[in-house]
Design a binder for this molecule. Structure first.
Ligand code: UDX
Length: 437
């Protein structure tokens, strides 16, 4: 099976590499020359556990190649996956220019049947647009070549991308022809050994599934953040409430963790895009609007707690931040709560000492040198008046409390991810505040 994957971002690179791992011949395409040159040398542009080894292994085996020219590989492949970016426009809608450019190139250069699969998260109706653009280009050339479009949204999580792709809960595929269905069945057959299901459906439903899934997960998180905030007011413990409701199989245990807000490239963008799609159809997504509002407020909850603790006198206070990425096991800082906190702390006149196991370079790029980038987690604590625990990396979970007490000016911890034990810290004379308790 010969396939091309256009876009070597997060989704494209993981998808291409994982298909190669199951034996397919994969060509990864990107217009960014430097990225492709680097990938050819085995240099991976993102931080994702396990990906580098897999890229090297499959490149060596000759199943994974990299190119800047989609035109040149079209004659070789039966499926083209489009995994290019769909960044948000200013109004929250998804910018489809990259997706439609890929379609244009395909229409302009294809000489034989190809199945064009959209893997990027795109609004309902995009496959139709992709089809129309390809038809337009073929008509311009005055040729008639058979092709199909399909939708195959990706559900992988950053930091866990390889295992999410190799053993997914389900694969969703939207098709409108038997030929497309057969090709996709064949491509995903190796994964069937892992006992998962390919769910075939019509294309608009597949496109909608991705937005509905991410919106539901974002809703759970905002709902739990609201519950956590109320728990604090009524003297309840959200950890107990979470355990209590999560054991109801209708609710389930996952994605019920309160914290300092969800971030990343998907939840914020997809929630906004779905609200926008609804508006375009004259409908208001009332629940989702509130989901967003709750999340925005939650991103500065640690700042509000800190400010209340120091009664608004934050000028000159040294504040340590542990965790800058939007979640552990990634260097991604898109929509990260840490960015909101840094802005608030800076505006209040705090001195910021930050540490993250993977996102230091990314933070320097985004935040510049207005904050101190610590050498390690304990260096961040030097003379600190408070520690804000923002991202629950494993190495933060069992810190040396003795060192913390010695290093900080005042041992005060605001835990945005509820990873520490309140009783233990009380015994150690460390002031401890968490979420929802
Ligand atoms: C998400 C979806 O999980 C994935 O299926 C989709 O394809 C892309 O979007 P990702 O953004 O990589 O994946 O991260 P995820 O692990 O889902 O976390 C998203 C955010 O929610 C993080 O900021 C995380 O800290 C937060 N979160 C998650 C919570 O606050 N509470 C939870 O219980 C779970």
């Amino acid at each position: 099976m010969n396939i091309a994957i256009v876009g070597t971002g997060y989704v494209g690179l993981v998808t291409g590499t994982c298909f190669a791992e199951t034996g397919a011949n994969v060509i990864c395409v990107d217009t960014n020359k430097e990225k492709i040159e680097a990938l050819k040398k085995g240099v991976i542009p993102i931080y994702e556990p396990g990906l580098e080894d897999m890229v090297l292994r499959n490149t060596k085996a000759g199943r994974l190649r990299f190119t800047t020219s989609l035109e040149e590989c079209l004659d070789e492949v039966s499926i083209v996956f489009s995994a290019v970016g769909t960044p948000p426009n200013e109004d929250g809608s998804a910018d489809l220019q990259y997706v439609l450019n890929v379609a244009r190139t395909i229409g302009a250069c294809m000489n034989k049947y190809v199945l064009v699969v959209t893997k990027s998260t795109v609004p309902v109706g995009t496959a139709k647009k992709v089809k129309a653009v390809i038809q337009e280009e073929l008509a311009c050339r005055g040729v008639s070549v058979d092709f199909d479009v399909a939708s195959n949204p990706e559900f992988l999580k950053e930091g866990n991308a390889i295992s999410d792709f190799m053993t997914p809960d389900r694969v969703v595929v939207g098709v409108e022809s038997q030929r497309a269905k057969e090709l996709m069945t064949k491509l995903y057959r190796p994964f069937l050994l892992n006992n998962f299901r390919v769910i075939f459906m019509d294309i608009p439903s597949a496109e909608m599934t991705k937005y509905a899934a991410n919106s539901m997960l974002a809703t759970r998180i905002s709902f739990m953040n609201d519950i956590a905030n109320l728990c604090e007011l009524v003297g309840a413990d959200v950890n107990m409430v979470r355990a209590g409701i999560g054991s109801d199989t209708r609710i389930g245990r996952k994605f019920l963790y309160p914290g300092c807000g969800y971030g990343g490239s998907c939840f914020p963008k997809d929630v906004k895009a779905l609200i926008k799609t609804a508006e375009e159809h004259g409908y208001t997504m009332r629940v989702l609007k509130m989901v967003e509002e709750v999340n925005e407020a939650q991103k500065d909850i640690l700042f509000r707690k800190l400010s209340a603790f120091y009664e608004g006198n934050l000028k000159g206070k040294v504040i340590a931040l542990w965790g800058l990425a939007f979640k552990p096991e990634t260097d991604d800082m898109r929509e990260a709560p840490a960015l909101v906190l840094i802005e608030k702390l800076k505006a209040a006149g705090c001195v910021i000492r930050a540490y993250d196991p993977a996102a230091m370079d990314e933070a320097r790029r985004r935040v510049g040198d207005s904050i101190y980038y610590a050498r390690d987690m304990y260096d961040a604590l030097l003379d600190a008046d408070a520690l804000l625990m923002v991202t629950e990396w494993k190495e933060f979970r069992l810190p040396a409390w003795g060192v913390i007490k010695k290093t900080m000016n005042r041992p005060v911890i605001f835990d945005g991810r509820n990873i520490y034990d309140a009783e233990e810290l009380k015994e150690l004379d460390i002031v401890y505040h968490c979420i929802g308790k």
